[in-house]
Design a binder for this molecule. Structure first.
Ligand SMILES: Nc1ncnc2c1ncn2[C@@H]1O[C@H](COP(=O)(O)OP(=O)(O)OP(=O)(O)O)[C@@H](O)[C@H]1O
Ligand SMILES: [Mg+2]
Length: 247
C-alpha cells in the first residue's frame, strides 16, 4: 500500500481538519488572500504551533512589517514569538521593503543573495518551518514575469531541498476569485490555500478553501472562518455559500 504523505499541522484546528492533518511536510504551500484577510496571522499560527506543539524551529521572512509591529500584533492573539526568538526557536528576517530595497542597492545584491541568506540561516539554526510574507514584494525585485517565475521556483525548490515545510504568502486583488496575483504562483508550489472576503450586502464573509495539495486528499469546499481574539478560527462544517446567496 502507498504510504500517505507526512503532514505538518498548521495549528488552525478547523483548517487542519480540511487538510486531513495539515500541509504536506517538506513541501511548499501558497497562502493567498486579499488585504486584511488574515495571511500574516495564518503565518504566525503555523510558526507558533510548529515551535510549541512540534518542536520545529521557525523562520519568518517579512518584507512588509517591522519586527516590533509583527510581535505586538501576534501577541494580541496569544502568540508570543518574541519569547520564542529569545529561546532561539524563532528567527525573523527582513523588515520593510523600503529598507530591503536600500540594502540591496547598497550592497548590489539581488534576490539570489536573499535566498542564499535564507538558506544560511535555515542551516545554521536548524529551522524546519519557513514563511515568506509576501512573495509579491519579492516579485517587485524581479525584472520581468520570466525572472519572477524563476525566482519563485528557486525559492520553493531551495526550501524543499533543505527539508523545510514552507508557506509562501501572496496578496490577491480585492474582490477577485483569483488564486494568486500573477496567475502563475500556484503552478510553482505543491499546495494552494485561498482566503476569500466575499461581499454580501454591506458585510464581508470570510471563506477559506484548499485548492490543491499534491499527494494528499482534502476538503474541496469554501468554508467559513473568522478572525477572533485567539486568531483564525475555521468552521470546517460550514460552507460559505448558503442557498440564499446562490439564488
Ligand atoms: N484582536 C482581534 N480580533 C479580531 N480580529 C482582529 C484582531 N486583530 C486583528 N484582527 C483582524 O485581523 C486583520 C489583520 O490580519 P492580518 O494582518 O493577518 O491580515 P493580512 O492578510 O496579513 O493583511 P495585509 O494584507 O495587510 O498583510 C485585521 O485587519 C483585523 O480585521
Ligand atoms: Mg500581512
Amino acid at each position: 500500500m502507498k504510504k500517505s504523505s507526512k503532514k505538518s499541522p498548521t495549528g488552525i484546528k478547523g483548517l487542519d481538519k480540511m487538510l486531513m492533518g495539515g500541509v504536506v511536510s517538506g513541501r511548499n504551500t501558497l497562502v493567498s488572500g486579499p488585504c486584511g484577510s488574515g495571511k500574516s496571522t495564518f503565518a504566525a499560527h503555523f510558526l507558533h504551533s510548529g515551535i510549541k506543539d512540534h518542536g520545529e524551529k521557525g523562520m519568518y521572512v517579512t518584507l512588509e512589517e517591522t519586527k516590533e509591529k509583527f510581535y505586538n500584533d501576534m501577541a494580541e492573539f496569544g502568540m508570543d514569538l518574541k519569547a520564542a526568538e529569545k529561546k532561539g526557536d524563532f528567527v525573523l528576517v527582513g523588515g520593510p521593503i523600503a529598507s530591503l530595497h536600500g540594502y540591496m542597492e547598497k550592497v548590489n545584491a539581488n534576490v539570489k543573495n536573499l535566498i542564499e541568506e535564507i538558506e544560511e540561516v535555515v542551516k545554521e539554526k536548524g529551522v524546519k518551518r519557513v514563511v515568506i510574507d509576501s512573495i509579491n514584494l519579492l516579485s517587485m525585485l524581479s525584472k520581468d514575469d520570466d525572472e519572477n517565475r524563476k525566482t519563485l521556483a528557486m525559492i520553493a525548490n531551495s526550501l524543499s531541498a533543505l527539508g523545510c515545510t514552507s508557506l509562501l504568502i501572496s496578496e490577491t486583488k480585492e474582490g477577485s476569485m483569483d488564486l494568486s496575483r500573477y496567475g502563475m504562483e500556484e503552478f510553482v508550489v505543491d499546495g494552494v490555500i485561498v482566503l476569500y472576503l466575499i461581499r454580501e450586502g454591506s458585510k464581508f464573509i470570510s471563506g477559506v478553501t484548499v485548492r490543491k495539495m499534491r499527494g494528499s486528499n482534502h476538503d474541496k469546499e469554501i468554508r467559513y472562518y473568522q478572525i477572533t481574539n485567539k486568531g483564525i478560527v475555521v468552521y470546517p462544517q460550514e460552507s460559505v455559500f448558503t442557498n440564499k446567496m446562490m439564488e
